[in-house]
Design a protein around this ligand. Structure first.
Ligand code: PHE
Ligand code: NA
Length: 500
């Protein structure tokens, strides 16, 4: 069977940018920056980008392109027992999609709410009571929140239709979902910067505090932001690159992806903090009082700020649409990229029909995702997200690095990608892959482990942390071992990619 192919290089690069640029750019980066020294955060951020982000993205592109398989197949080709590591990565991504899709679901609900500016008056109450219908704690599931279920179903149907025929369709979709959020964000930035108070917001976001650079936490945040923002460790970039011909440029594509993604993060910071500055100005409070990150920023604070725009409810509705369409287009291509990593793994191993795999993947993820559509959904989302990001992603990335750095040897991979790439990478790349990045990841994991045992995350009952945190991780590891050991129905060790 001939491997699926991107229509052209642009399709691949846009899809990779689409995966990287997601909700994290809009609500995670600006928040990280202002918390960690404002403009001074750019120093650790860029150091993390150059020493880990870029090297790892090059590594993932090179792996996918060289072995022409998703993450499990790629690792199996390097050495059969490592296939499970690939499945672990894919499973970490699969767990993330189950709740990432729920967040996309909230966005659909808000898009509809824009027509009547339904959050007006009290955005917090609209989000928590009308939509999520939050219960008192993770133990009280309290049935399903119907608006969320509807939004979630729309998300999965959308993802199914985009992915079912293969990456040629993905290539078309990203022609819209990559430029659209940038344009929409541009509109938000222009609107924000022409409002009183915006400059104070921007100052708050960017005024450098260099003393923060002495704080280890700032460096930890920079490295974990880079890892998250570039969608590394889930085998997404491996899967996407496996649909490229084996002799395509790697380093140039990687640099475009990395810098486009950072550009989108900076731009988002201007939109967010320009608007928050205006909000603080209207309310007569310091910017620090309105500054926020995460879902609270996107679903409560920003909608409230929109309501304060001059022009009344029509303007609020229009800016609401701009804002939520931006989030939708920003997030949807990140969401389906994770799904693609899973589909690639399953297709490679069992040769199942793409439509079928896609259908079942989406359906099962939808059903599992219903947990987060219960009235306790936000608590579970919070717990699972914390564990998968802090442990799933970092462990998956570390395993990948160990295989490449210590078994395959970085030089082998560099000898493959340098001749076909425009920019040649020196031995520094080997060093980053073999020593630096694994050391950073080990540090992140150990540091986080210690924290977890010192204070229970967000004060949740240990029972729930064991189910949604450690339990999920253990289940992933067991399932990964099983998937990696069972026999495949297609021989992945025969190099069939030459037939392309
Ligand atoms: N990179 C995406 C973001 O910044 C998030 C993401 C993580 C997407 C992992 C896919 C996989 O929002
Ligand atoms: Na990103």
């Amino acid at each position: 069977m001939q491997r699926d192919r991107w229509t052209n290089r642009l399709a691949f690069v846009l899809a990779a940018i689409g995966s990287a640029a997601g909700l994290g750019n809009a609500w995670r980066f600006p928040y990280m920056a202002y918390e960690n020294g404002g403009g001074a955060f750019l120093i650790p951020y860029f150091i993390a980008l150059l020493t880990t982000g870029l090297p790892l993205i090059v590594m993932e592109y090179a792996l996918g392109q060289k072995y022409q398989q998703g993450a499990p197949g790629t690792l199996a080709k390097i050495k059969k027992p490592f296939e499970s590591f690939g499945w672990f990565a894919v499973l970490a991504g699969a767990v993330i999609t189950t709740y990432y899709a729920v967040i996309m679901g909230w966005i659909w609900v808000y898009l509809k709410a824009c027509f009547k500016v339904e959050w007006a008056g009290n955005a917090g109450e609209f989000f928590e009571n009308s939509i999520l219908q939050i219960s008192s704690g993770p133990g009280e599931l309290g049935g399903l929140a119907i608006p969320v279920v509807i939004g979630l179903a729309i998300t999965w149907i959308t993802i199914y239709y985009i992915l079912r025929n293969g990456v040629k369709d993905v290539g078309k979709v990203v022609l819209i979902t990559v430029p659209a959020p940038v344009i929409l964000m541009g509109i938000l930035v222009i609107r924000a910067l022409t409002l009183p108070g915006a400059i104070e917001g921007i100052n708050y976001y960017l005024t450098p505090d260099f003393s923060k650079l002495l704080d280890v936490k700032v460096w930890i945040d920079a490295y974990s932001q880079i890892f998250f923002t570039l969608s590394l460790g889930f085998g997404i970039m491996i899967a996407y690159a496996s649909y490229m011909p084996e002799d395509s440029d790697i380093t140039n594509n990687a640099m475009i992806t990395v810098f486009a993604n950072s550009g989108i993060s900076f731009l988002a910071g201007f939109a967010v903090f320009g608007t928050l500055g205006y909000m603080a100005h209207v309310q007569g409070v310091p910017v620090s009082e309105v500054a926020a990150g995460g879902p609270g920023l996107a679903f409560v604070v920003y909608p409230e700020a929109i309501n304060m725009l001059p022009g009344g409810s029509v303007v609020a509705g229009i800016f609401g649409l701009i804002f939520f369409l931006m989030l939708l287009t920003l997030g949807i291509d990140s969401a389906f990229s994770i799904v693609e990593a899973g589909i690639a793994g399953l297709e490679d191993k069992w040769g199942w029909k793409r439509k079928k795999v896609t259908f079942w993947f989406c359906l099962i993820s939808f059903v599992i995702g219903l947990l987060y559509a219960t009235k306790a959904g936000l608590y579970w989302l919070d717990i699972v997200d914390h564990w998968v990001n802090n442990f799933g992603l970092t462990i998956a990335g570390l395993l990948e690095l160990i295989v490449v750095g210590w078994i395959l040897k970085p030089k082998t991979l560099r000898d493959y990608f340098n001749p076909i790439s425009e920019f040649k990478f020196g031995a520094w790349w080997d060093f980053c892959i073999k020593y630096l990045s694994p050391a950073v990841l080990i540090y992140l994991i150990v540091n986080q482990l210690i924290k977890e045992f010192k204070v229970p995350y967000e004060g949740y009952d240990q029972l729930y942390l064991w189910i949604g945190g450690w339990g999920v991780l253990i289940a992933m590891a067991v399932l990964a071992m099983i998937l990696g050991t069972v026999k495949s129905s297609v021989s992945i060790n025969v190099d069939e990619s030459k037939s392309v």
